[in-house]
Design a protein around this ligand. Structure first.
Ligand SMILES: [Zn+2]
Length: 253
């Protein structure tokens, strides 16, 4: 059996375009992606989308962020529902690789009971520091649920064969990471919020929010170099690119 990659849409968010590209006006509607890697040695989600509670009461989960986001999130679109489309029980997911701890990436952890969380050390430490929790708009209810934690310090080879590699891309948050997946026909990099949109990369336009702008710029330059070397980048919240993404149960490539 070879490695497979699936894309799931776990809701949509509409907010100010300036949140994605500083200084821009208007609004943008963006997908909330998560991905599943099926590898002969195990299964791994890359991010988990929104918390299922947002289907009933988004404001309760969003708190101070509620005025910033309109949430579209129907029953069945939560990560557990999406896993059903590929006949995988949530309890059988081995790993959740977390790009970072924001609500639209960590919200679905609660539905995946037995997975080990794979998170960069700087991110996990920030998620347990009250000042950094506030500064980064984290919600510990999303991730502080007693899962076993695999703390990564730099690049981490998930299955030991180089096919699924955590790549630190800090700046958006203290310990943000992207994921490189080597498929038979292509090398894919799931950038998550290290790069929201194609425009972010092409124009080096940073979003309004970034934990460390210099670090984020350096991570973008690294992603640019990887793309130039032949990798295909899947951006964190790009509605145009997402429109052409094969959705589960189809696999990518
Ligand atoms: Zn984020």
């Amino acid at each position: 059996m070879s490695i497979r990659l699936h894309a799931f849409t776990c809701g949509w968010l509409t907010g100010s375009l300036g949140n994605f590209l500083a200084g821009e006006r208007g609004r943008i509607r963006v997908p909330v992606p998560c991905f599943l890697v099926v590898h002969p040695r195990g299964t791994a989600l890359f991010d988990t989308g929104l918390h299922a509670g947002m289907q009933r009461d988004p404001a309760e989960r969003l708190g101070s962020l509620a005025p910033s986001w309109k949430v579209e999130f129907a029953p069945g679109e939560e990560v557990a529902g999406r896993l059903g489309e590929v006949d995988l029980a949530p309890a059988r997911v081995d790993f959740i690789v977390l790009s970072h701890l924001h609500f639209d990436h960590a919200g679905g952890i609660a539905q995946i009971p037995n997975a080990r969380l794979v998170v960069q050390e700087a991110e996990w430490q920030a998620g347990r520091d009250p000042d950094l929790v506030r500064a980064n708009f984290y919600d510990p209810r999303d991730y502080d649920l007693g899962h076993e934690i695999l703390v990564a310090r730099g690049e981490h080879d998930l299955f030991g064969d180089g096919s699924v590699l955590c790549l630190p891309t800090p700046g958006h948050t203290p310990g943000h990471q992207s994921l490189r997946v080597r498929l038979p026909k292509a090398e894919i990099i799931l950038t998550a919020d290290a790069c929201y949109l194609r425009r972010t990369l092409d124009q080096l336009e940073l979003p309004a929010f970034a934990h460390d702008r210099e670090q984020m710029r350096a991570s973008l330059l690294r992603l640019r170099a990887l793309e130039k070397a032949g990798a295909r980048l899947f951006f964190g919240h790009d509605p145009e690119q997402w429109g052409s993404m094969p959705q589960a149960p189809r696999a990518i490539l």
